[in-house]
Design a binder for this molecule. Sequence first.
Ligand SMILES: O=C(O)C(=O)C[C@]1(C(=O)O)C=C[C@@H](O)C=C1
Length: 292
Amino acid sequence: MGYRIGYLGPEATFTNMAVTRFFPGEVSIPYVTIPDCIDAVAAGEIDYAVVPLENAIEGSVNITIDYLVHEQPVPIVGEITVPIQQHLLVHPSHADAWREAKMVYSHPHAIAQCHKFLSQHLKGTPVEDVTSTSAAARLVAQHPEENIAAIANEAAAEKYGLAIVQRSIHTHQNNHTKFIILHQTPERKFQKNEDYCGEKATLMVTLPSDYAGALYQVLAAFAWRKINLSKIESRPMKTGLGNYFFLIDVEGEHDSVLLSGAKAELEALGCSVSFLGSYPCYSFKQNESAKS
Ligand SMILES: O=C(O)C(=O)C[C@]1(C(=O)O)C=C[C@@H](O)C=C1
């Protein structure tokens, strides 16, 4: 195909694993931050951007949602769900002394996924956010003289020559992260394969004003049409405390008659409704995502 795929780098992040599996053989380009990745696809520097959206333990990746809604409205054209295994990595020369590590580095979402392990086994050890799990592993590898640790995946341990001293340290074992695929236009490109698990549309709904029963009316527009909602989330409008918009995921395709009807009903109520995307979803199995 010859596509250029942007992802949150450096190499061996979870995002990179999702890209390698979903776009085999394509050119993948690392970016330092999620907004950089989204800007690159909006500018046409890359064909697709893959960015994390939601983790089963820690919830939404707010920067992704907020940047798409407030700064750079690039359509969502696909979703990939990936199993996540977090490990504690140190330089091999400190493998026996990991309990005395002076600092733990990782992406804030990865740190949050492992808070129980950190408080039980590394109580009092300072924890510092870096731009990704793999950036943390790289930093540890760059300072072999220091007893510092990273929370990252197996691919990062291999890539940066680190020892995995504790495996699967995330608090809840059923850990998954959803990534979205962004493209300049809302085209449908991806085929159904063995990972395909259905269609979804994401809508952004803004209420005309705060009044009793407003959200109930919004939900009723979907309920009586028997449209299944798989997620509803409120985020601040950033125009003042108490002002929110709602992100709603519905099962099915956005051009279905029922969904168009729901949209028209919401607009008649004075809501503003926009589609962030209507897209196929894919889910990787545990053993498959471990190949990276
Ligand atoms: O740092 C990484 O490896 C990423 O790909 C980012 C990210 C995230 O933002 O949630 C992705 C999956 C995991 O949940 C932890 C971190």
